[in-house]
Design a protein around this ligand. Structure first.
Ligand SMILES: Cc1ncc(COP(=O)(O)O)c(C=O)c1O
Length: 388
Protein backbone atom coordinates (compact mmCIF):
# COMPACT_ATOMS: atom_id res chain seq x y z
CA UNK A 1 0.00 0.00 0.00
CA UNK A 2 1.16 3.51 -0.76
CA UNK A 3 2.95 4.84 2.35
CA UNK A 4 1.25 8.19 2.26
CA UNK A 5 -2.25 7.03 1.43
CA UNK A 6 -3.33 8.36 4.83
CA UNK A 7 -2.40 11.85 3.69
CA UNK A 8 -4.04 11.44 0.29
CA UNK A 9 -7.26 10.34 2.04
CA UNK A 10 -7.23 13.53 4.09
CA UNK A 11 -6.54 15.66 1.01
CA UNK A 12 -9.46 13.95 -0.74
CA UNK A 13 -11.67 14.76 2.24
CA UNK A 14 -10.59 18.41 2.06
CA UNK A 15 -11.47 18.49 -1.62
CA UNK A 16 -14.88 16.97 -0.97
CA UNK A 17 -15.52 19.72 1.61
CA UNK A 18 -14.38 22.48 -0.81
CA UNK A 19 -11.41 23.13 1.44
CA UNK A 20 -8.52 21.91 -0.69
CA UNK A 21 -5.88 24.57 -1.33
CA UNK A 22 -3.65 24.70 -4.39
CA UNK A 23 -0.96 27.08 -5.56
CA UNK A 24 -1.43 29.52 -8.37
CA UNK A 25 1.67 30.91 -10.08
CA UNK A 26 1.89 34.64 -10.83
CA UNK A 27 4.06 35.47 -13.82
CA UNK A 28 4.60 39.20 -13.40
CA UNK A 29 5.78 41.63 -10.71
CA UNK A 30 3.33 42.54 -7.94
CA UNK A 31 1.05 45.40 -8.95
CA UNK A 32 -2.61 46.39 -9.38
CA UNK A 33 -2.74 43.95 -12.32
CA UNK A 34 -0.88 40.66 -12.67
CA UNK A 35 -0.40 37.86 -15.17
CA UNK A 36 -1.44 34.45 -13.97
CA UNK A 37 0.07 31.18 -15.21
CA UNK A 38 -1.91 29.61 -18.04
CA UNK A 39 -3.58 32.86 -18.98
CA UNK A 40 -2.84 35.44 -21.65
CA UNK A 41 -4.92 38.26 -20.15
CA UNK A 42 -3.89 40.39 -17.13
CA UNK A 43 -6.18 40.19 -14.08
CA UNK A 44 -6.88 43.04 -11.70
CA UNK A 45 -5.30 41.97 -8.43
CA UNK A 46 -7.48 42.60 -5.40
CA UNK A 47 -5.80 40.12 -3.06
CA UNK A 48 -2.25 41.38 -2.59
CA UNK A 49 -0.84 42.96 0.58
CA UNK A 50 1.26 45.31 -1.54
CA UNK A 51 -0.91 48.12 -0.17
CA UNK A 52 1.41 51.01 -1.05
CA UNK A 53 2.76 49.50 -4.29
CA UNK A 54 6.25 49.43 -2.89
CA UNK A 55 7.12 45.82 -3.81
CA UNK A 56 8.23 46.69 -7.35
CA UNK A 57 9.01 50.37 -6.88
CA UNK A 58 12.08 51.52 -8.89
CA UNK A 59 13.74 52.94 -5.72
CA UNK A 60 13.50 49.56 -4.06
CA UNK A 61 14.88 47.78 -7.10
CA UNK A 62 17.78 50.22 -7.27
CA UNK A 63 18.54 49.88 -3.56
CA UNK A 64 18.44 46.09 -3.81
CA UNK A 65 20.71 46.05 -6.87
CA UNK A 66 23.26 48.30 -5.16
CA UNK A 67 23.13 46.25 -1.98
CA UNK A 68 23.58 43.01 -3.91
CA UNK A 69 26.75 44.38 -5.48
CA UNK A 70 28.06 45.51 -2.09
CA UNK A 71 26.95 42.62 0.15
CA UNK A 72 26.19 39.70 -2.14
CA UNK A 73 22.98 37.83 -1.51
CA UNK A 74 22.98 35.43 1.45
CA UNK A 75 24.02 36.45 4.97
CA UNK A 76 25.77 33.05 5.30
CA UNK A 77 25.23 32.55 9.03
CA UNK A 78 22.86 33.17 11.90
CA UNK A 79 22.82 36.65 13.40
CA UNK A 80 24.82 35.65 16.49
CA UNK A 81 27.56 33.85 14.55
CA UNK A 82 28.67 36.10 11.67
CA UNK A 83 25.38 36.90 9.92
CA UNK A 84 24.92 40.41 11.34
CA UNK A 85 26.01 42.89 8.69
CA UNK A 86 25.82 46.68 8.37
CA UNK A 87 22.36 46.61 6.70
CA UNK A 88 20.85 44.66 9.63
CA UNK A 89 22.27 47.08 12.19
CA UNK A 90 21.31 50.17 10.20
CA UNK A 91 17.78 48.89 9.59
CA UNK A 92 17.25 48.02 13.25
CA UNK A 93 18.34 51.50 14.30
CA UNK A 94 16.20 53.18 11.68
CA UNK A 95 13.16 51.07 12.43
CA UNK A 96 13.39 51.72 16.16
CA UNK A 97 13.35 55.47 15.45
CA UNK A 98 10.45 55.03 13.00
CA UNK A 99 8.45 53.11 15.61
CA UNK A 100 9.40 55.51 18.43
CA UNK A 101 11.02 52.71 20.45
CA UNK A 102 14.45 52.25 21.99
CA UNK A 103 15.35 49.22 19.90
CA UNK A 104 14.18 46.85 17.22
CA UNK A 105 15.12 43.32 16.17
CA UNK A 106 14.67 41.88 12.69
CA UNK A 107 13.26 38.40 12.08
CA UNK A 108 13.08 36.44 8.81
CA UNK A 109 9.26 36.51 8.81
CA UNK A 110 6.26 37.81 10.70
CA UNK A 111 5.44 34.27 11.67
CA UNK A 112 8.85 33.91 13.32
CA UNK A 113 8.61 37.31 15.01
CA UNK A 114 5.31 36.35 16.64
CA UNK A 115 6.66 32.95 17.54
CA UNK A 116 9.70 34.58 19.13
CA UNK A 117 7.80 37.21 21.10
CA UNK A 118 4.91 35.06 22.29
CA UNK A 119 6.91 31.98 23.19
CA UNK A 120 9.70 33.83 24.91
CA UNK A 121 8.45 36.95 26.66
CA UNK A 122 5.35 35.55 28.46
CA UNK A 123 6.57 32.84 30.82
CA UNK A 124 5.33 30.20 33.25
CA UNK A 125 2.82 31.73 35.63
CA UNK A 126 1.87 34.48 33.16
CA UNK A 127 -1.44 34.96 31.36
CA UNK A 128 -1.68 35.74 27.64
CA UNK A 129 -4.97 37.19 26.42
CA UNK A 130 -5.54 37.11 22.69
CA UNK A 131 -8.30 38.37 20.45
CA UNK A 132 -10.04 35.33 18.99
CA UNK A 133 -9.28 36.63 15.49
CA UNK A 134 -5.55 37.08 16.13
CA UNK A 135 -3.32 35.63 13.41
CA UNK A 136 -2.45 31.92 13.49
CA UNK A 137 1.18 32.80 14.23
CA UNK A 138 0.10 34.51 17.47
CA UNK A 139 -2.25 31.74 18.54
CA UNK A 140 0.18 28.91 17.73
CA UNK A 141 3.06 30.63 19.50
CA UNK A 142 1.02 31.26 22.63
CA UNK A 143 -0.15 27.64 22.60
CA UNK A 144 3.43 26.46 22.33
CA UNK A 145 4.64 28.70 25.16
CA UNK A 146 4.57 28.07 28.91
CA UNK A 147 2.16 30.84 29.88
CA UNK A 148 -1.57 30.21 30.29
CA UNK A 149 -3.55 31.64 27.41
CA UNK A 150 -7.18 32.64 26.87
CA UNK A 151 -9.04 34.32 24.03
CA UNK A 152 -11.68 37.02 24.00
CA UNK A 153 -13.91 38.38 21.27
CA UNK A 154 -13.70 42.07 20.63
CA UNK A 155 -17.48 42.38 20.60
CA UNK A 156 -17.38 41.20 24.23
CA UNK A 157 -14.78 43.30 26.06
CA UNK A 158 -16.37 42.35 29.40
CA UNK A 159 -14.80 38.94 29.06
CA UNK A 160 -11.40 40.57 28.64
CA UNK A 161 -12.04 42.67 31.75
CA UNK A 162 -12.99 39.55 33.73
CA UNK A 163 -9.98 37.62 32.50
CA UNK A 164 -7.70 40.49 33.48
CA UNK A 165 -9.27 40.77 36.91
CA UNK A 166 -9.25 37.05 37.73
CA UNK A 167 -6.64 34.45 38.62
CA UNK A 168 -3.31 34.59 40.30
CA UNK A 169 -0.82 35.40 37.56
CA UNK A 170 2.62 36.97 37.70
CA UNK A 171 2.10 39.08 34.59
CA UNK A 172 -0.71 39.65 32.11
CA UNK A 173 -0.28 40.22 28.38
CA UNK A 174 -2.87 41.57 25.97
CA UNK A 175 -2.14 40.66 22.33
CA UNK A 176 -4.01 42.12 19.41
CA UNK A 177 -3.73 42.81 15.72
CA UNK A 178 -4.24 46.47 14.83
CA UNK A 179 -6.14 45.97 11.56
CA UNK A 180 -7.61 42.48 11.60
CA UNK A 181 -6.32 40.57 8.60
CA UNK A 182 -9.51 38.75 7.68
CA UNK A 183 -12.16 41.22 8.86
CA UNK A 184 -10.59 44.58 8.08
CA UNK A 185 -11.85 46.16 11.30
CA UNK A 186 -9.53 47.66 13.89
CA UNK A 187 -8.76 46.94 17.52
CA UNK A 188 -10.30 49.23 20.14
CA UNK A 189 -6.86 50.44 21.12
CA UNK A 190 -8.15 53.12 23.49
CA UNK A 191 -9.96 50.44 25.50
CA UNK A 192 -7.00 48.06 25.45
CA UNK A 193 -4.71 50.83 26.69
CA UNK A 194 -7.18 51.72 29.44
CA UNK A 195 -7.36 48.07 30.53
CA UNK A 196 -3.63 47.54 30.23
CA UNK A 197 -3.07 50.49 32.56
CA UNK A 198 -5.84 49.49 34.94
CA UNK A 199 -4.46 45.98 35.36
CA UNK A 200 -0.74 46.66 34.88
CA UNK A 201 -0.71 44.46 31.79
CA UNK A 202 1.74 44.43 28.88
CA UNK A 203 0.31 45.36 25.46
CA UNK A 204 1.60 43.64 22.30
CA UNK A 205 0.29 44.88 18.94
CA UNK A 206 0.83 43.16 15.59
CA UNK A 207 0.73 46.01 13.05
CA UNK A 208 1.08 43.70 10.01
CA UNK A 209 -1.66 45.43 8.04
CA UNK A 210 -1.21 48.98 9.32
CA UNK A 211 2.54 49.62 9.52
CA UNK A 212 3.36 51.88 6.59
CA UNK A 213 -0.32 52.46 5.84
CA UNK A 214 -1.58 54.42 8.83
CA UNK A 215 -0.47 57.25 11.10
CA UNK A 216 0.98 60.65 10.23
CA UNK A 217 4.45 59.18 9.53
CA UNK A 218 3.24 55.72 8.54
CA UNK A 219 4.27 54.14 11.84
CA UNK A 220 0.91 52.39 12.03
CA UNK A 221 -2.45 52.28 13.73
CA UNK A 222 -1.17 53.08 17.23
CA UNK A 223 0.44 56.20 15.80
CA UNK A 224 -2.82 57.11 14.08
CA UNK A 225 -4.58 56.88 17.45
CA UNK A 226 -1.85 58.87 19.19
CA UNK A 227 -0.98 55.87 21.36
CA UNK A 228 2.36 54.48 20.15
CA UNK A 229 4.04 55.00 23.51
CA UNK A 230 1.37 52.80 25.14
CA UNK A 231 2.26 49.82 22.99
CA UNK A 232 4.95 47.87 24.83
CA UNK A 233 5.91 45.61 21.94
CA UNK A 234 5.13 46.32 18.29
CA UNK A 235 5.40 43.61 15.68
CA UNK A 236 5.69 44.79 12.08
CA UNK A 237 5.79 42.13 9.37
CA UNK A 238 7.52 43.53 6.28
CA UNK A 239 5.92 41.46 3.54
CA UNK A 240 2.90 43.71 3.23
CA UNK A 241 3.03 47.52 2.90
CA UNK A 242 6.83 47.42 3.02
CA UNK A 243 6.85 45.20 -0.05
CA UNK A 244 9.74 43.13 1.27
CA UNK A 245 9.96 40.15 3.65
CA UNK A 246 10.75 39.59 7.31
CA UNK A 247 9.48 41.42 10.36
CA UNK A 248 10.60 43.92 12.95
CA UNK A 249 9.92 43.71 16.66
CA UNK A 250 10.17 47.18 18.17
CA UNK A 251 10.32 47.62 21.94
CA UNK A 252 12.56 48.71 24.81
CA UNK A 253 16.23 47.69 24.84
CA UNK A 254 15.65 44.99 27.48
CA UNK A 255 13.03 43.21 25.38
CA UNK A 256 15.29 43.38 22.32
CA UNK A 257 18.28 42.01 24.23
CA UNK A 258 16.15 39.26 25.72
CA UNK A 259 14.92 38.17 22.27
CA UNK A 260 18.48 38.13 20.95
CA UNK A 261 19.49 35.91 23.86
CA UNK A 262 16.47 33.68 24.22
CA UNK A 263 14.25 33.58 21.12
CA UNK A 264 14.95 30.34 19.31
CA UNK A 265 13.43 31.79 16.11
CA UNK A 266 16.16 34.45 16.22
CA UNK A 267 19.09 32.34 17.37
CA UNK A 268 18.76 29.19 15.30
CA UNK A 269 18.15 30.57 11.84
CA UNK A 270 20.18 32.20 9.07
CA UNK A 271 20.11 36.00 9.13
CA UNK A 272 17.80 37.66 6.59
CA UNK A 273 19.61 38.55 3.35
CA UNK A 274 21.23 41.99 3.60
CA UNK A 275 19.58 43.00 0.31
CA UNK A 276 16.25 42.48 2.04
CA UNK A 277 17.29 45.02 4.68
CA UNK A 278 18.17 47.41 1.84
CA UNK A 279 14.69 46.91 0.39
CA UNK A 280 13.08 47.69 3.75
CA UNK A 281 15.17 50.84 4.18
CA UNK A 282 14.16 52.00 0.69
CA UNK A 283 10.55 51.31 1.72
CA UNK A 284 11.06 53.40 4.88
CA UNK A 285 12.29 56.26 2.68
CA UNK A 286 9.20 56.01 0.48
CA UNK A 287 6.88 55.79 3.48
CA UNK A 288 8.45 58.91 4.98
CA UNK A 289 8.68 60.99 1.83
CA UNK A 290 5.46 59.99 0.03
CA UNK A 291 2.57 60.34 2.48
CA UNK A 292 0.31 60.70 -0.57
CA UNK A 293 0.46 56.92 -0.96
CA UNK A 294 -1.25 56.53 2.42
CA UNK A 295 -3.86 59.09 1.42
CA UNK A 296 -4.51 57.36 -1.90
CA UNK A 297 -4.87 54.03 -0.10
CA UNK A 298 -7.29 55.46 2.47
CA UNK A 299 -9.30 57.25 -0.25
CA UNK A 300 -9.47 54.13 -2.41
CA UNK A 301 -10.49 52.00 0.56
CA UNK A 302 -13.23 54.43 1.64
CA UNK A 303 -14.54 54.66 -1.90
CA UNK A 304 -14.68 50.89 -2.32
CA UNK A 305 -16.23 50.25 1.12
CA UNK A 306 -18.96 52.78 0.40
CA UNK A 307 -19.70 51.40 -3.03
CA UNK A 308 -19.83 47.81 -1.77
CA UNK A 309 -22.03 48.67 1.19
CA UNK A 310 -24.35 50.76 -1.03
CA UNK A 311 -24.68 47.72 -3.28
CA UNK A 312 -26.00 45.73 -0.34
CA UNK A 313 -22.96 43.48 -0.01
CA UNK A 314 -21.95 42.28 3.47
CA UNK A 315 -18.57 43.83 4.25
CA UNK A 316 -18.76 43.00 7.97
CA UNK A 317 -17.24 45.80 10.09
CA UNK A 318 -14.48 46.71 7.70
CA UNK A 319 -13.08 50.20 8.21
CA UNK A 320 -9.75 49.77 6.43
CA UNK A 321 -8.11 48.74 3.16
CA UNK A 322 -9.00 45.10 3.93
CA UNK A 323 -12.62 44.57 2.92
CA UNK A 324 -14.22 41.15 3.30
CA UNK A 325 -17.25 40.28 1.21
CA UNK A 326 -18.70 37.56 3.39
CA UNK A 327 -20.36 34.78 1.39
CA UNK A 328 -20.95 31.91 3.85
CA UNK A 329 -20.25 28.47 2.47
CA UNK A 330 -16.87 27.51 1.07
CA UNK A 331 -18.54 26.13 -2.04
CA UNK A 332 -20.27 29.43 -2.80
CA UNK A 333 -17.16 31.45 -2.04
CA UNK A 334 -15.12 29.27 -4.41
CA UNK A 335 -17.74 29.61 -7.14
CA UNK A 336 -17.81 33.40 -6.70
CA UNK A 337 -14.02 33.58 -6.86
CA UNK A 338 -13.98 31.51 -10.05
CA UNK A 339 -16.69 33.65 -11.66
CA UNK A 340 -14.76 36.80 -10.76
CA UNK A 341 -11.62 35.34 -12.26
CA UNK A 342 -13.42 34.69 -15.54
CA UNK A 343 -14.42 38.36 -15.54
CA UNK A 344 -10.87 39.59 -15.00
CA UNK A 345 -10.32 39.76 -11.22
CA UNK A 346 -7.94 37.85 -9.00
CA UNK A 347 -9.69 37.43 -5.65
CA UNK A 348 -9.35 33.97 -4.09
CA UNK A 349 -11.88 32.54 -1.64
CA UNK A 350 -10.78 32.60 2.00
CA UNK A 351 -12.14 29.52 3.73
CA UNK A 352 -11.95 27.80 7.11
CA UNK A 353 -9.80 27.31 9.08
CA UNK A 354 -8.46 30.75 8.09
CA UNK A 355 -11.91 32.17 8.91
CA UNK A 356 -14.65 30.66 11.13
CA UNK A 357 -16.87 27.95 9.61
CA UNK A 358 -19.79 29.40 7.66
CA UNK A 359 -18.04 32.72 7.02
CA UNK A 360 -16.05 31.94 3.86
CA UNK A 361 -15.40 35.15 2.02
CA UNK A 362 -13.74 37.09 -0.71
CA UNK A 363 -11.19 39.28 1.01
CA UNK A 364 -10.47 42.41 -0.96
CA UNK A 365 -7.12 44.12 -0.37
CA UNK A 366 -6.95 47.62 -1.74
CA UNK A 367 -3.77 49.14 -3.21
CA UNK A 368 -2.90 52.84 -3.46
CA UNK A 369 -2.65 52.52 -7.23
CA UNK A 370 -5.96 50.83 -7.90
CA UNK A 371 -7.98 53.08 -10.19
CA UNK A 372 -11.58 54.09 -9.71
CA UNK A 373 -12.43 52.22 -12.92
CA UNK A 374 -10.93 49.03 -11.51
CA UNK A 375 -12.88 49.43 -8.27
CA UNK A 376 -16.13 50.28 -10.06
CA UNK A 377 -15.72 47.26 -12.31
CA UNK A 378 -15.12 45.04 -9.28
CA UNK A 379 -18.28 46.26 -7.53
CA UNK A 380 -20.39 45.79 -10.67
CA UNK A 381 -19.02 42.30 -11.19
CA UNK A 382 -19.49 41.36 -7.54
CA UNK A 383 -23.10 42.47 -7.75
CA UNK A 384 -23.61 40.16 -10.72
CA UNK A 385 -21.72 37.26 -9.20
CA UNK A 386 -22.76 37.39 -5.56
CA UNK A 387 -26.11 38.81 -6.51
CA UNK A 388 -28.91 40.45 -4.58
C1 LIG B 1 -1.48 39.79 11.42
C2 LIG B 1 -0.36 39.00 10.81
N1 LIG B 1 0.71 38.70 11.56
C3 LIG B 1 1.73 37.99 11.07
C4 LIG B 1 1.72 37.55 9.77
C5 LIG B 1 2.86 36.72 9.29
O1 LIG B 1 3.77 37.50 8.60
P1 LIG B 1 4.73 36.84 7.53
O2 LIG B 1 3.93 36.67 6.29
O3 LIG B 1 5.84 37.82 7.38
O4 LIG B 1 5.19 35.54 8.09
C6 LIG B 1 0.62 37.85 8.95
C7 LIG B 1 0.49 37.43 7.54
O5 LIG B 1 1.06 36.65 6.94
C8 LIG B 1 -0.45 38.58 9.49
O6 LIG B 1 -1.53 38.87 8.75
Amino acid sequence: MEKFAFLQDQLDALKAADLLRTLRCIRSAAGPTVMVDGDSRARVNFCSNNYLNIASDPHVIQAVSQAARRWGYGASASRLICGTMDPHVELEERFAAFAGKEASVMFPSGWMANEAVLRTIPQKGDLVLMDKADHASIIDAAKAGEATFRTWRRDNPDRLRKLLAGGDYRRRFIVTESVFSMDGDTADLELLVELKNAYGAILIVDEAHSAGCMGPTGAGFAEERGLPAQVDIMIAPLGKAFGAAGAMVAAGRTVADYLINRARAFIYTTAPAPVNCAAVMAALDIIRSEPQRRRMLADNAAYLRNRLADSGLDIANSCSHIIPVVIGSSKDALAASEALYEKGFLLPAIRPPTVPAGSARLRISVQSRHTQEQMDALVDTLQDVVGH
